[in-house]
Write a protein that binds this ligand. Sequence first.
Ligand SMILES: [Zn+2]
Ligand SMILES: [Zn+2]
Length: 768
Amino acid sequence: MNDRLKKYIHSRTTKIVLAIFVVMIILDLLFPLPNLKQYSKQILSSDGTLLTAYLTDDDKWRMRTNLDDVSPDLVKAIIEKEDSWFYWHIGVNPISLVRALYSNIVSGKRVSGASTISMQVVRLLEPKDRTYGNKILEIFRAIQLELHYSKKEILEMYLSLLPFGGNIEGVESASYIYFNKPPKQLSLAQAILLASIPNDPNSRRLDQNNSSVKTARDYWIDYFKENHTFTKVNLDDALDEPVEFNRYAVPVLAPHFSYFIKEHSNDDVVKTNLNLRIQKTAENLLFNHVQRVNPKGVTNGAVLIIDNKNSSVVGYCGSADFYDAVSSGQVNGVIAVRSPGSTLKAPLYAYAFDEGVLTPKSRLLDIPTDFHSYEPENYDLKFYGNVTAEFALRNSLNIPAVRLLQEISTTDFINLLEKSGFNEIADQKKRLGLSMILGGCGVTLEELTRMFTSFARDGELHPLAFTKDDLEDDSEIPVFSKASSYLIAQILSGFDRNDVVDISNYSQLPKFGWKTGTSYGRRDAWAIGFNPDYTIGVWMGNFDGKGSPYLSGAEIAVPLLFDLFNSIDYKPERKWFRKPDEIIKRQVCSESGMLPNKYCTKLVTDYAIKNTSNNLVCNVHQPVYVNLNGTVQYCTECLPSSGYKKVVYPVYDPELTVWLEQNNYNFKMPPSHDPQCQAKFTSDGPKILSPSEDYEYYLEENSEQEIMLLAASDSKAKYQYWYVNDKFYKRCNPGDKVFLKPDRDKLKITCLDDKGRDESVKIKIKYY
Ligand SMILES: [Zn+2]
Ligand SMILES: [Zn+2]
C-alpha cells in the first residue's frame, strides 16, 4: 500500500468516526433519554437503617437501590441470569443479538431474549410494544444510556426499577416488603428467589401463596449449579430453605422526624443523624411518662435531643404516640408554636451577663412592681425582696426577669432571639412587650432547644444538623460569650431550687443544667437541659391547648428530662464545661453584690467576666452621721460641731425600703433627718411607684373607683405631700398609700417631700 492510499484511508476513517460522533450528538440532542422515574423517598437513621419510605406520586414502592446496600449474591444472580456480558458490552451484545435474530427467523415466532440489562432499563423507563422498529430504538437508547451513565449507575437503575408484582418495584422495596429486611441481609435462597420474580412478576408475587414461585426459584438454583455461579454446598442449602409468603409493611420508625425530613429534603435517599438507640429510649420514656401523667389531664408531649458535638438531631419525638388519634398524635409537638413560659429567662440572663449589667451575685429586686399596668407575680405568689441574680434565675422569679428585660431593652433582646432563629417572635416583634419574658410570645420546642445548645457550645448557635449533609454547614452565629455561657451552665446546674426531682432514684445521673417553664393557664410544661454531651428539650401538654391545674414544668416536664439524661447520657464520670479564661473570681459585698467599699463587712466570692462585667462599688453600705443616741440623722449642713458619731447603715433603694418596712423585715434603718435642718435636697427625691407615667385607667362611669398613690422616699424624708394638677391633696408618711377619686380625665400627680424634692407623673382616665 502506498503512502497516499494509507493517508487516504486514514483520513477517511477519521471522517467516518467523526461523522458518526456528530450524528450521535445530534440524535442525542434531538431524542434525549426519557426522564428517570421518581423514586420513593427513603429516610435513613445515622447507621443507615431505613426509618421509613414514602409511596411515589404514582403510588409505587420504588426505592432507589444503592449497589453497596445489596447482597452481592443477589447482584451476581441477576447479572448471571440476565446479562453475563454486562460489564463488557456497550449497551447491546452483538453476538446474542444475531443469535436471537437467527432463532426468531428459524422458529418463525418472536422469541424474547438478547436484551441486555441496559436495554431492559430503557424498556423500564419507556415501555413500548415489542416490534422490530421499537427494538432498533431500544438499541439506540441503550447505547445512549451507556454514554450518559456508568455501568454502576445503569445497574443501580435496573435494580431500582425491576418489577416485583403489584406496586413493588426494585430489589430494595421487594426485600423490605417480602422479607422485612434490607437487601444486604438476604440469604442466597432469598436472593435467587427475588432474582426470579421479575420474569413474571404478577404470578410470582410473594404476598400471594403460589407454587410456581418455588418452581421458578429451584429452576434457577439448578441453573446456577450448572454454571458454577455459586458453590454447590450453598446452592444445596438454598434448595432446602422453605419459601415463605408474606407482605410486610414498610418500616415506620420515628414518624414525625421522617415526615419532617421528607418535607425538607429533595434527595431520594436521605441519610440523617437520628440515633436509633437514643430515639427508641426517648420514645419509650415519653410514652410511659405520658401514661403516668394522663390522670392529671396531660395527654401529650414532645422530646428533642441534640448532640452538642455537632448540633446533630439524634432524637426526635413529635408526640407520645403517632397513632393515637384521640390525643392528636399526628401533631408534631417539636414544631408546634407554644408559649415558652419562663424558659427564655436563661437567654435573657446570658445576654445581661454579656452586657455587663449583671454578675451571678448581683442583686435584683423581687417586689411588687407596676410595669405600666402590667403587674406580674411569681409562680408561688410570694415575693423574695432583695435576691441575687443566680437565685432569681434558678428559681425563675418573675419580677427580677421583667425588671431586667426593661433595663436591657425588650427590642435588643428580641433582636437577639430573631437572630437566633425564633421565627414567631420575629414575626410578632412589634406586638411583644415585657410579658414576653414570662411566656407572652410563641416559640417551638425546636427553636428553644437549639437556643440552649449555645450554652453548651461556647455561646455559638449552630444550625441543627438533621441530615449528614447538614453537617457540612458550619454557619454558626455567636450569640453569647464563652464566659456568659459558662455562668449560665453553673447557675442552672445548681440544686438550690424548687424545680428538681428526688435524685436518689438515679444512680449514674450525669451533671446537667436545666430551665423549666410553665405557660399562662398551665397549658405548657417545659424543661430544657444541657451538658457537654447533649441538649434535651421536653414539652408536655395537650395539643388542643387545654390547661391542667397539675401542669407545671417542675412537676410534669422535669421528671422526664431527668429520666432522659439518666438513660441516654448514662455515665459514671460527671464531666463538665471548662471554666473559660475570661471568667475571673472576685470578692463582692454580700448584700449588694457590688465591689466592696470600705464599709462593707460581709464579702462573698462572685464570678465576673473580664473586661465586660461592671465594676460598680457598693452603694448600700454608707456612713451616716447621727447623734450620740442614734435617733437623729445629720447632713453636712446640719452636722453639729460635737455630739455626733459616724455609723454605717444599709441604705437601700427607696422602693425596697418601702417593701421591707411594709413586710415587717427587721433591718437597721438610719434614723430620720434632723427636723431642724434647713438644707434643701435636690436629688434622691420621692419615686412615684403608683400610678406609672402615661398610664391609662379605665374606670366605670359614676362609680366610686379610686386610684392608688404610692411613692418611695429615702430615709431623709419625713413626710410626703401629694398634689393633683398642682393643687395640694394630702400629706402622708413616706410609703403610705393614698387614694384618689379622679374628677377629670387628665391628671398630673406630684409627690413632694419635706426636703423640697419632687416627682410628677401624668396619667389619663377613661370611663366605660
Ligand atoms: Zn456593701
Ligand atoms: Zn441636714
